[in-house]
Design a protein around this ligand. Structure first.
Ligand SMILES: [Zn+2]
Length: 273
């Protein structure tokens, strides 16, 4: 399922996988002044092709390696001859995509291998310029795009909401917090997020997210200092795992956030951020 939402100069392309007629997940990517930011998952490839064939698209930037962002790179190159730019680590994964867990194949589909070009530090379109900001944490290759005049931040999967209580395996809380700090300093006004779409009061929302994880980190530090095990900390904070941990074949869960907080507990020593 695909829908198009207009935010003045910015087109949000919102897609979802439906199950029994109901959407089970939303994922947005964006088109601004001929620049496509992320390409959406492969399961909507035909709809994306039909839509973009009638819109002015000149080039694409991919924010990170996950298949819901890289899924249509090959189709866009083959059908629309679109140049694709990405972080070198993203390009490496795009050229040889890994096997996916069942839930990822179902939700987004497998991204066919694709080539691209390394991202420069600045992306220009006829009317705008976008600073490329390396924002690892969700994945090591993650980038965000900031338009300094408009104060727009296209942030891929960096935000996803203020109180995110789980991580995919391998996410890194220390890098996440550094990345949040980096983009908060830019003073963004509007976020364009792959899950939440357009979000106003961007700097405040990002600061709230930072504070939430920071406070969680301080609590984890204290519990760990009193000898609590990772399992006991998980129970204390969240009661238990969520169902999605099992549905995702143990690939996404609260325990990975807790583990990352424990592993990085030294950054929470000062009680202030
Ligand atoms: Zn992602």
């Amino acid at each position: 399922m695909l829908s198009v939402i207009s935010h003045d100069e910015i087109v949000e392309i919102k897609v979802s996988r439906t199950f029994m007629g109901r959407p089970v997940y939303f994922n947005s990517f964006f088109l601004v002044d001929g620049l496509l930011i992320d390409t959406g998952p492969a399961h909507v490839s035909r709809e994306v092709e039909r839509l973009l064939a009638r819109l002015p698209v000149e080039k694409a930037v991919v924010t990170h390696q996950h298949e819901d962002h890289t899924g249509n790179c090959r189709m866009l190159q083959e059908k629309l001859d679109l140049p694709i730019f990405a972080h070198p680590l993203t390009l490496k994964v795009m050229s040889d995509p890994p096997a996916l867990q069942c839930y990822r194949r179902f939700m987004w589909g497998h991204a066919p291998s694709a080539a691209g070009k390394p991202l420069p530090g600045l992306i220009r379109t006829p009317r705008f310029r976008f600073q490329v900001i390396h924002t690892p944490g969700h994945s090591p290759d993650h980038v965000s795009l900031f338009e300094p005049e408009q104060k727009w931040l296209f942030c891929g999967d960096l935000y996803l909401g203020e109180k995110l209580n789980g991580f995919m395996q391998g996410e890194d809380i220390a890098a996440h917090l550094d990345s949040l700090k980096k983009v908060i300093r830019l003073g963004p006004q509007t976020l364009f997020c792959s899950l939440k779409g357009k979000v106003e009061n961007a700097a405040a929302r990002l600061a709230d997210k930072y504070s939430y994880w920071w406070d969680l980190g301080c609590t984890v530090r204290d519990l760990h200092g009193r000898g609590a095990s990772p399992r006991q900390i998980l129970r204390k904070l969240f009661h238990d795992e969520i169902l999605f941990y099992y549905l995702s074949a143990r690939n996404w869960g609260r325990r990975y956030l807790v583990e990352s907080l424990i592993n990085n507990r030294e950054i929470f020593q000062n009680n202030k951020h």
